[in-house]
Design a protein around this ligand. Structure first.
Ligand code: C2E
Ligand code: MG
Ligand code: MG
Ligand code: MG
Length: 297
């Protein structure tokens, strides 16, 4: 891609060559700075987690939550994952980031459980890069042991990009994780190359429909037909279905009506810092005692 830009710039003459050259150099510098920054951020504890509720479609009660990483850079401020995750994946730093996230999410969950919060599964995102590695399962076993979290209260979210990897070893690793009690969820479903039938090859129990499926589905007949078929097929395969990116009351009603098992999105709550998430759960424990007991029974 860079070569193409260079080639085009050359074609257009020397002045534009210099222009492109300089811009590319600048973006290379930015990249390297960001990469070095990521390394330092891990050492200097500039990463933190936010938590977004997953709710019961009928009662709105929280039935789980997802941990999402945030980077607070001392000069730049908050850097969104969309900006640094791709770089971290390219440089391999994602392996360390994700293991830090995994440990921190388990530590925080266990702490909440010990303080009498409801027993909510925590979902943690893992880059597909981990599945090129041999020691993923070992690392996770260490974290489970150190934090003493019940593996049945841990969900791993991976994207369809695991399908372009060494499938035998992906299946083996996911099976080992599942045998520990961890649930596997396919994130952003519908944006990648896989189909539901391919999911049958993996020890997966949850699919998360991507927001692109959710947006305007209730007004778009073709989209809603596809979504309905996907949800029905997923259910017939024994998979639970999560709709992510629910932003409006209409979307909530529509996807609850299609019997999604869990809903997640700004309509219920944005991802919250740990203190805010605590407050969210506490106020819910006061206002929804009946539904909560019902949900846990
Ligand atoms: P994701 O795992 O699919 O997470 C959902 C993203 O959608 C989050 O963005 C969340 O804040 C956002 N979201 C939630 N509800 C709504 C909604 O109603 N509307 C819209 N438009 N967006 C909503 P975020 O936190 O910026 O994360 C973006 C992506 O970065 C994640 O997508 C995930 O792929 C990646 N990511 C985040 N944390 C981690 C991590 O710890 N490890 C890895 N490997 N990836 C992570
Ligand atoms: Mg996710
Ligand atoms: Mg997603
Ligand atoms: Mg995503």
């Amino acid at each position: 891609k860079a070569d193409m830009a260079m080639y085009k710039a050359k074609e257009q003459g020397r002045s534009s060559y210099h222009f492109f050259d300089h811009e590319m150099e600048q973006s290379m510098n930015d990249k390297m700075q960001l990469e070095n920054g990521i390394r330092r951020a891990l050492e200097n504890k500039q990463f933190f987690l936010v938590y977004q509720p997953k709710v019961c479609p009928n009662t709105g009660a929280t039935i789980g939550f997802e941990a999402l990483v945030r980077w607070e850079h001392h000069e730049i401020g908050l850097i969104p994952p969309a900006r640094f995750i791709p770089l971290a994946e390219a440089s391999g730093m994602i392996l360390d980031i994700d293991m830090w996230v995994f440990r921190e999410a388990c530590r925080q969950s266990k702490k909440w459980q010990e303080r009498g919060f409801p027993l909510l599964p925590v979902a943690i995102n893992l880059s597909a890069k981990h599945f090129d590695q041999r020691n993923l399962v070992e690392n996770i076993v260490d974290i489970l042991r150190d934090t003493r979290i019940d593996p049945h209260l841990v969900v791993i979210e991976i994207t369809e990009s695991v399908f372009i990897r060494q499938m035998e070893s992906v299946i083996e690793m996911l099976s080992e994780l599942q045998a520990l009690g961890i649930e596997i969820s396919i994130d952003d479903f519908g944006t990648g190359y896989s189909s539901l039938s391919q999911l049958q090859r993996l020890p997966v129990s949850i699919v998360k429909l991507d927001r692109t499926f959710i947006k305007d589905a209730e007004h778009d007949e073709r989209k809603s037909a596809v979504v309905r078929a996907v949800i029905e097929l997923a259910h017939s395969m024994g998979l639970r279905v999560v709709a992510e990116g629910i932003e409006t009351e209409e979307e909530r009603t529509f996807f609850a009506g299609l019997h999604c098992d869990e809903l997640q999105g700004y309509y219920f709550s944005k991802p919250l810092r740990s203190e805010q998430f605590e407050r969210y759960i506490r106020s819910e424990m006061r206002s929804l005692p009946f539904q909560r007991r019902g949900a846990e029974a």
